[in-house]
Design a binder for this molecule. Sequence first.
Ligand code: MN
Length: 498
Amino acid sequence: MVCWSESFAIQPVQPVQPVNNRGKVFSDRPDYIRGIRFLEEKHDMLWNDDYKMIGYYSDIICSGGVFSDYENEQLMKAVYVSYLSHLNHYRYSGEPYITHPLSVALILASSRADCVTIVAGLLHDTVEDTDLTFRDIFILFGYDVVKIVEGETKVSKLPKMRRGKDTLKRDQDENLMKMFIAMSDDWRIVILKLADRLHNMRTLQYMSPPKQVEIAKETLILFAPLAHRLGLWMYKVELEDLSFRYAYPEEYFDVSRRVENRKELFEENLEFAEKQIRSCLRSMDIRSYEIQMRTKTIYSIWRKMRDNSCNIEGILDLMAIRIILKENTTPFDDISMCYLVLGQVHRLWTPLPKTLKDYLSHPKPNGYKSLHTTVLINGYPVEIQIRTAEMHYVAEWGTAAHWAYKSDVSNRVSEEMLWLREIKEWEVESPSIFMERVRNELLGTRTFVFGPNGDIMNLARGTTLGDLVEGGLLTDHVMVNGVCQSLGYKMKNGDLLI
Ligand code: MN
């Protein structure tokens, strides 16, 4: 990681030439010159606010991934552009608007999104709300960033769900499908959309109560299941709890009161168990590990109580402890170590019958691996999960993480995705196969592209650029995904016409 204070953060930002050949088509246009001058013109203003932006920037690079010098420069530039574009804009909360794109970028950075996605996160509301244009973004940050920002903007413009129960299910499917069309071009659009929604949910208290309920229900019905299907658990869990609170306040506060009443007991018990586990691991000469403890989320407690029609005492995994084994310096392999630790845990506490789940021998179809057991500690059931650091990464970020994010285990996981291809169940598919099926089966013989006005054009498969020009739908100097194409070009799903 480059230290921000020394190298470039204090320097005025130099616009970077677009890295791909596509940029060249713009080079003799006024827009290009305008883009290059974008920062120069506003340069006078930079110095007063430098300290703020440097702070924002360092928050981003300190919260997750490792970036190259070029990426660091792009991130810094995006912070500047976003900050300047949103100057004098405020959120409902009264905070400067920049806090929103910045928080979205931080969520993305901490979930290990790549640089392009984080840059897009910083810029995602600029085109809609400020004078910045897609071309400016294209010139300043290149095609990938503009594609994601444009995709996200399109998704936001999709018709909102109508209220009323009867139409909810149908609208949900319809919106889901539209969203998938919008996102089929680049997977990172959905991750940005989820991060955007997550921050909006975190700041929902500033909206009017009817709006709160509407947004919360849409999140619960649409975005939380979407995060679930992608295996983005961290997003899913928080989206669920936040929207449950606003959509069903009575139920939420009922459950949370019960949890609150038991909080001290939970904490004491978990603390006690942690001490025991640590000394047990020490005696096994295991030094590199992490212990995490959690109580079940409000929403999942409520759902379990409803589904099993039981009370809170009947839930066996209210408390859970996770043992993550890191660097293994023992003579045994990683898998054996998990079983050895399990054996020790069962010697410490009596396991409840039929609670042992061995996802090492039988991984879940989505690739999840772990050992689960429920033991009685001081008379209370506690679920204990044992896994390696690598298994933990997959469990937290899902197969989507490997698809979209940098990862050195990507090869192995793509093999797992091939194996997943055999399983024809919606719930358990990997995102890429899922998207493939969406393209082939749901979209059928139609092709959906984004028109210059931001509308989705529904075309027969095989429609060419020439057909659209002849039909008067387009002028002939329109570009497809930022590239000039011949009139014979066949439109593809998710194509973007600028
Ligand atoms: Mn936003």
